[in-house]
Design a protein around this ligand. Structure first.
Ligand SMILES: Nc1nc2c(ncn2[C@@H]2O[C@H](COP(=O)(O)OP(=O)(O)OP(=O)(O)O)[C@@H](O)[C@H]2O)c(=O)[nH]1
Ligand SMILES: [Mg+2]
Length: 303
């Protein structure tokens, strides 16, 4: 078997995760000792940012990107990705700090990258599971996934999940500066862009656990945003199909206006149904202005 791609950078967004950050990073380094970590903290009032600085001072695998305002999960990840692309990491991981994404699952996600460009940790493929989630949360998640699958014509079972592994090339080639979605929608947006660009997307089972400490930042706005945007993308897809628009075949892993039903794209792994999507991406709205991030002399990053 091929050696897993290296080096790996795990981007961990935090907002008020003081109780969770330490345990999660310890588990991460027990599972993948050579993983580097970039904590992206939005000036958490509970002092998560200072704690992260202390951890960074004690462990050279850890760095911290401090941002001045809470601008949402999507914006935090995008800032982390931009920072990641300044360095040499070949693999970039999305992982929440609340313990829902088990670091112990990361080795299998990394391994799956050997024949994929984007690996999605999936609760809804065989072997995947959700532990301790209230029934209504799982219902929202499953319904959102079903709706996205139908609207976008993709076979991905868990397109809203946020535990993911990207080959660097995916982040380089997708125009991530134009992504402005947040929350669940951010996850759908990134995966949908990757599908349309012809990247190989693979789902790998994970065990997703409800956070034990700290407060969720989920809100009804996040659900409504996802519904609205997925409906727009789905409608655009159907309109283009109705117009009989034909698109030239991109190189695998190629440009952003690749067709989702192009044979170059496939969902590999447990979800193997053929994709029926046909459209180019909806022109993305302009990115929200984000604070500039700078590197301080101590190596700490400041927004
Ligand atoms: N930097 C930053 N991190 C955030 C922001 N919102 C959420 N996060 C972090 O993103 C991760 C996921 O947030 P959660 O509140 O757990 O949201 P969720 O996982 O969608 O919702 P739950 O399932 O209820 O936990 C956690 O590590 C949060 O601390 C934000 O505005 N800025
Ligand atoms: Mg969470």
């Amino acid at each position: 078997m091929a050696e897993p791609l290296r080096p790996v950078l795990v981007v961990v967004p935090t907002y008020n995760e003081r109780e969770n950050l330490g345990p999660v990073l310890s588990r991460l380094h027990a599972a993948v000792p050579d993983a580097d970590v970039l904590v992206v903290d939005d000036a958490s009032p509970d002092g998560t940012g200072q704690l992260a600085d202390e951890m960074a001072a004690a462990d050279k695998r850890v760095r911290v990107l401090h941002r001045t305002e809470k601008t949402g999960l999507g914006a935090a990840y995008l800032a982390g990705f931009a920072e990641a692309l300044k360095g040499e990491h070949q693999v970039v991981v999305e992982m929440d700090a609340d313990g829902s994404h088990a670091p112990e699952d990361l080795p299998s996600l990394l391994e799956a990258l050997s024949d994929a460009d984007l690996v999605l940790g999936s609760r809804y493929v065989p072997g995947g599971e959700v532990v301790n989630w209230p029934g209504h949360r799982e219902w929202i998640s499953r319904t959102g996934n079903l709706y996205s699958r139908l609207a976008l014509g993709v076979s991905i079972r868990d397109i809203t999940g946020g535990y993911r592994v990207f080959r660097r090339q995916v982040l380089e080639e997708l125009d991530i500066s134009s992504v402005s979605s947040q929350g669940y929608c951010f996850q759908v947006d990134m995966a949908w862009r990757a599908v349309q660009a012809g990247f190989r997307v693979r789902e790998v089972p994970i065990t997703f656990a409800e956070r034990e400490r700290g407060a969720s930042k989920m809100s009804s706005t996040i659900v409504v945003e996802a519904l609205w945007r997925v409906t727009q993308w789905g409608a655009a897809r159907l309109l283009r199909r109705g117009e009989g628009t034909t698109r030239s075949r991109p190189a695998p892993g190629g440009g952003a206006d690749a067709a989702a039903d192009d044979p170059a794209h496939r969902v590999v792994g447990p979800a193997t149904a053929p994709l029926t999507g046909t459209t180019a991406p909806e022109p993305a709205p302009p990115a929200e202005p984000t604070p500039r991030d700078t590197v301080a002399s101590d190596g700490t990053l400041r927004a």
